[in-house]
Ligand binder design. Structure first.
Ligand SMILES: *Cc1c(COP(=O)(O)O)cnc(C)c1O
Length: 422
């Protein structure tokens, strides 16, 4: 299901004409499809239905309140990595008793805030964190639900900056130590061991690393149960792939087929924390060409979206499809080879960094000042990683639903840039 289609040569989001949105709200502009968010959430929910999973949308992928509200209305749960994200989940009106809380550096304040809100479980990433949770819970006269985040030493074969499950990453605790850690929890009246958590990285396009993770997870659960723990939950984290280029990611059904047999056999509850695969292809970033310049034997398309808006290409060398909104050349079947009617261009932003580009040496049609461009697969890790670098105002966000749309975050103004400063 792709909500972004060219109709009569003009890009639409669902039934809304994209140039009209740029006209009304300016650029850069983020445009999301409500139907796509729901479609992708349901695909996971349905694929894993035989094990009745708790699907915790990873708030950090796209934390806009309206997006959280859409997913909440579908019965989605949430995975947070900070007190701020928990605040957002509450502000969206969601039930916090199904929230998982991960992150290597939870502060006492964040732990207290989470306990006050009766979250489902803390994904505990270190022994000192276990001590901190126990201490805060004791102060509050509470018992804290915890899952041990174990590092399974599995290679998810993804970018060095987004692999999290190898030995030596900062995340989780070495899997060999589960026994010792579990003993510690068992001896502590303020901690309750709900289960174990593994998150191996992102995006993981293949199923096999999840099979390995599920296998290791249920083996640990089996050993913990043998010691008398009532350990039910296996949380396999997020990281399901996204089709940025073509069909490189496995489907929800593929992941489910690989993972579920382990969960069923061990009679565990399954939690998942998908973010990217729900929000990623539900959003685009719209920009407008400011100049086209030819220097050093190259063509530079300078447009008004920059690394402060979408940092992924600069940060991870990520690939995003980019194409004009009213193109002179039809949307290509494949971006992997030469495209007829195109010549290479660097698509860059106005920020004063050579790393500020959205694409390099990309086959691209002729464009001129004022043309609109769409950067696809921008719904996840777009706005959430954006900044005001170079004192650039962030663009508005629009949520499309059929032939209607609403402004879900207004464009920033110059006044916003200095509002918190003295
Ligand atoms: C980032 C993260 C996720 C979500 O990853 P996606 O690739 O967006 O699915 C899930 N769980 C944890 C602990 C994370 O850090």
């Amino acid at each position: 299901m792709n909500p972004f289609q060219y109709k009569n040569g003009v890009l639409h989001c669902e039934d809304v004409n994209v140039p009209s949105l740029a006209e009304e709200f300016g650029t850069p502009l983020w445009v999301y499809s409500r139907a796509k968010l729901i479609h992708e959430f349901r695909a996971i929910q349905e694929a894993f239905a035989p094990v009745n999973p708790v699907v915790c949308y990873s708030v950090k992928a796209n934390s806009n309140l309206s997006i959280l509200k859409v997913l909440n209305s579908e019965g989605c749960s949430f995975d947070v990595v900070s007190g701020g994200e928990l605040f957002r989940v509450k502000a969206a009106g969601a039930d916090t008793t199904r929230v998982a809380f991960a992150g290597v550096g939870k502060t006492d304040e964040e732990i207290r805030f989470a306990l006050e809100n009766d979250i489902l479980m803390f994904n505990v990433e270190s022994e000192p964190e276990l001590d901190a949770i126990s201490r805060v819970a004791a102060e509050m006269g509470r018992v804290a639900p915890v899952a041990l985040r174990l590092n399974p030493d599995i290679d998810g074969k993804t970018h060095a900056k987004t692999t999290t499950g190898r030995k030596g990453n900062k995340f989780g605790m070495d899997i060999e130590r589960h026994d010792q850690l579990a003993d510690k929890v068992l001896a502590d009246p303020h901690l309750n061991l709900r289960g174990i958590h593994l998150h191996i990285g992102s995006p993981i396009n293949t199923v096999e690393p999840y099979e390995q993770a599920a296998q290791k997870a249920v083996e640990v659960v089996r050993q913990l149960r043998a010691k008398g723990h009532e350990t039910n939950w296996v949380n396999l984290g997020g990281g399901f792939g996204l089709n940025y280029r073509a069909n490189e990611a496995s489907s929800a059904a593929d992941y489910a087929k690989g993972i579920m047999p382990y969960i069923q056999k061990a009679e565990c509850r399954l939690a998942l924390e998908p973010g990217r695969c729900i929000a990623g292809n539900a959003g685009i970033l719209l920009s407008r060409v400011i100049y086209v310049k030819h220097e050093g034997g190259k063509r530079f398309v300078i447009q008004d979206a920059a690394m402060n808006d979408l940092v992924r290409p600069a940060m991870y060398d990520s690939f995003h499809k980019i194409w004009p909104v009213e193109p002179s050349v039809g949307f290509p079947e494949s971006f992997e080879s030469e495209i007829e009617g195109c010549s290479p261009a660097d698509i860059v932003g106005p920020v004063c960094e050579s790393g500020d580009y959205l694409a390099k040496a990309r086959p691209f049609p002729e464009v001129v000042k004022g043309d609109l461009l769409a950067t696809f697969s921008a719904g996840a890790y777009g706005t959430v990683m954006s900044s005001n670098y170079n004192s650039r105002c962030r663009g508005a966000e629009i949520l499309v639903d059929g032939d209607s749309y609403s402004l879900i975050r207004r464009r920033e103004t110059y006044e916003d840039l200095v509002a918190a400063e003295r």
